[in-house]
Design a protein around this ligand. Structure first.
Ligand SMILES: Cc1cc2nc3c(=O)[nH]c(=O)nc-3n(C[C@H](O)[C@H](O)[C@H](O)COP(=O)(O)O)c2cc1C
Length: 211
């Protein structure tokens, strides 16, 4: 099957949305926890990526919706702190429904039956059910004109992880965490570790041509 740019433009809206949202492959599944003066907020986000190790910066993409206020973004800008909580298969359905457009006074923690947790006096709420939790401090937002999206940059301040899910080299095992992956905006995948390979040096590349 082949889609030209013209075919893509002519697709029905939902089909185009599903196609373009799923062509990149599996994305990480996280819940972003925030709070404002009156309430807490939780939203599923699939666009978290690593930016740099030192300083330890991550980013995620926000699509501003002009009809609906984005509580996550408002809270992060106002408070300066938020949490990123990896989603495991045991609460994936609850996590999915945090994407519903609840009113500001409704907390997705309560509505989706997920538990607020406060650790190390960190100002934003973690998700108790999550096996990998990051406490983040806001750094900057970069507006991307061509996609009308905002890239939020933040620094890792705290990491909480189940001990059995991290090895001596510091590598996180997503399978042990029962972490899941996201495709598009509706599909969730289990993750199975295939292999660990050493750092790829030119001199050590296997002889694939003779295999
Ligand atoms: C699987 C999935 C992934 C999502 N990823 C993102 C994302 O990366 N960025 C984004 O802005 N919204 C994303 N959303 C939509 C938000 O979860 C949704 O708009 C939510 O209501 C935002 O909450 P807020 O208004 O309280 O900030 C995603 C939704 C789903 C179901």
């Amino acid at each position: 099957m082949h889609f030209s740019n013209e075919d893509i433009q002519n697709l029905p809206r939902i089909k185009r949305l599903n196609l373009i949202n799923s062509v990149t492959g599996v994305k990480p599944a996280n819940l972003i926890g925030t709070r404002c003066k009156e309430n807490t907020n939780l939203a599923i986000i699939s666009s978290v990526v690593h930016l740099s190790t030192n300083p330890p910066l991550l980013s995620f993409m926000l699509r501003p919706d002009h009809k609906v206020r984005r509580h996550t973004y408002e809270n992060i800008k106002a408070e300066g702190f938020f949490t990123i909580n990896s989603i495991s298969d045991s609460f994936v359905e609850k996590a999915h429904y945090t994407s519903a457009k609840f009113d500001r006074e409704v907390s997705e923690f309560q509505q989706c039956n997920l538990t607020e947790e406060y650790l190390s006096d960190f100002k934003a709420p973690f998700v108790k059910e999550s096996a990998l939790k990051l406490g983040m401090s806001y750094v900057e937002s970069i507006f991307i004109d061509s996609s009308n999206t905002v890239m939020v940059v933040a620094r890792i301040e705290q990491i909480y992880i189940a001990e059995q899910a991290i090895n001596n080299d510091g590598l996180v095992d997503l399978e042990v965490l029962n972490a899941i992956g996201i495709s598009g905006l509706n599909s969730y995948y289990k993750l199975k570790k295939l292999a660990d390979y050493p750092y790829a040096r030119v001199d050590d590349v296997p002889d694939f041509l003779s295999k």
